[in-house]
Design a protein around this ligand. Structure first.
Ligand code: HEM
Length: 480
């Protein structure tokens, strides 16, 4: 038996396991010019700017200390000027810089554009060729992406200027988008209003103190070439300690979603129409807006539970009634579809290989008064979805295609679960339904007339290790 070495936190890009702290984030997609040698030489100067996992851990400690000091002095903490950078390449980018050996991931090697129809994205077919309704940038071979995250536009822009100055004309920027944590009490909530970023798996040897209920997965399900990487035998040396970064630009139709909730409140004795609408929203997501999981708080919100990391992940859909009924949480609810916990484990099926680490951020303005009045999206907003995994076909692609879009999942249930109401995509977007939205009438199907999350495209990227960026991808004299 070969032993796989433990992970080297100084070598792994910081966003993957630790998550670069952010209030704002700019994602810049680029193509490499024909001066490939120039690009690879200049990459040597970029490498020290790429944030490592060890650095992120240091940043997080500094942030906690800063908060504690401010609390002790009875004041609000000042924001620390901290910025972090992630760099990843598409298969086109790798080919462009001469990295041609296969990485052992067919989805990455084909690119996301080739996967669009399979994922359920909308588009048109002409002469047998499907063209998705995506932003032009994602239909034109993006080579790479920088994600620059930090405390303010000022720190982020300064780092972006530095990157631009170093790379000069060796890259051509094709598209940039800025995301931001939402203001005020919506901090940490996505645009439909639900607290996000609560449930990510812990990674063995890194997250040594997981929260109750937080599953620990072996590093190779996120990092290539590490313990339990399902394709470890097919990885070239340069792939080790890298991870696949899936990016999706997902627009959210918030006024339309809110209008749907308003028009379809769950009618139960004692609930006002407003409470009935709030309850329906929770039944679609599987958590209340506060983050409280329906499996633990099935009838009413419990904000203290939602905010408490010691409790808000400590559920498995394993109450005796859970497997066969939708009393607590609908089978199709977004969080149950995307992490079915005991629904599969009780059948002896492990989901460890299907776990992903999510690092998305909202983009776009808050909903305006006009949009509320017209019940219509007038300004583009949504989620810059980003997740990491070691096999795209087990992670993002599987969750989207085989779980969210699959009406029969979770399997072996008394009612057909239906589509994930948040991200499930159907060939006919007006045809989606789900069961179990009303706990008192679980066989009834609810029509979901609109896909409130609209994919505008994305790409499959690979975030290499720091040493590979420095010693294999970059060309240059290294000053130690
Ligand atoms: C605009 C689109 C999306 C919205 C509004 C959204 C919203 C949410 C919310 C509110 C949660 C609960 C908070 C948490 O558990 O961290 C969540 C969890 C989750 N989402 Fe999404 N999401 C979106 C897209 C996606 C996509 C594209 C995927 C993957 C294909 C995905 C996979 C997951 C997973 C795996 C979880 C954790 C479930 C758990 O462990 O219980 N989401 N999402």
């Amino acid at each position: 038996m070969t032993t796989v070495p433990p992970v080297d936190l100084k070598n792994i890009q910081g966003d993957i396991l630790a998550g670069i702290p952010k209030k704002f984030e700019t994602t810049m997609f680029f193509q490499i010019s024909n001066d490939v040698e120039g690009f690879r030489k200049r990459l040597t100067q970029i490498v020290p700017l790429i944030t490592t996992t060890t650095e992120v851990s240091g940043h997080r400690e500094a942030i906690s200390k800063n908060k504690e000091e401010a609390a002790a002095q009875g004041r609000k903490p000042d924001l620390l000027p901290i910025v972090g950078v992630t760099l990843a390449f598409s298969q086109f980018g790798l080919k462009k810089i001469g990295v041609n050996d296969p990485i052992g991931d067919p989805a990455f090697q084909a690119g996301q554009l080739a996967d669009a129809q399979n994922l359920g994205d909308k588009g048109t077919t002409t002469n047998g060729t499907f063209t998705p309704d995506w932003l032009p940038a994602f239909k034109n071979q993006v080579h790479g992406v920088f994600v620059i995250a930090g405390d303010s536009h000022i720190t982020i822009d300064a780092r972006l200027v530095q990157i631009r100055l170093i790379l000069g004309t060796t890259i051509h920027e094709v598209f940039s988008v800025t995301g931001n944590v939402r203001p005020g009490d919506q901090k940490g909530h996505e645009h439909f209003g639900f607290l996000d970023g609560i449930s990510n798996p812990a990674v063995q040897n890194f997250d040594t103190k997981p929260f109750p209920g937080q599953e620990t997965i072996r590093p190779g399900f996120i990092l290539l070439g590490r313990d339990q990487d399902p394709n470890i035998a097919n990885r070239p040396a340069w792939a080790v300690e890298g991870s696949f970064l899936v990016f999706r630009y997902l627009s959210q139709l918030v006024p339309e979603f809110d209008d749907f909730l308003k028009k379809n409140p769950i009618v139960l004795p004692g609930l006002t129409p407003e409470q009935g609408s709030e309850f329906l929203g929770a039944r679609l997501v599987g958590r209340w807006k506060s983050g409280a999981p329906l499996d633990l708080a099935p009838l009413q919100d419990d904000p203290a539970l939602g905010a408490d990391p010691q409790r808000n992940n400590n559920f498995r859909y394993d109450f005796p009634e859970d497997f066969q009924t939708q009393d607590r949480c609908p089978f199709a609810a977004h969080v149950r579809k995307t992490n079915p916990r005991n629904d599969l484990e009780s059948l002896g099926i492990s989901t460890e290989k299907n776990r992903i680490i999510r690092r998305g951020v909202p983009f776009g303005p808050e909903v305006t008064k006009d949009e509320v009045t017209q019940k219509k999206t007038l300004h583009d907003r949504g989620l810059l979805f980003r997740c990491y995994q070691s096999v795209i076909a087990n992670g993002f692609q599987f969750i989207q295609h085989s779980w969210a879009n699959n009406t029969g999942f979770p399997i072996q249930k008394p009612e057909v679960p239906g589509f994930d109401p948040i991200i499930g995509q159907a060939a006919d977007p007006t045809s989606r339904t789900m069961s179990g939205s009303n706990p008192q009438n679980q066989t009834a199907t609810l029509s979901l007339p609109t896909e409130w999350v609209v994919s505008k495209g994305g790409e499959y990227f690979f975030a290499p290790s720091i040493s590979v960026l420095r010693d294999t991808f970059a060309l240059g004299v290294h000053i130690v």
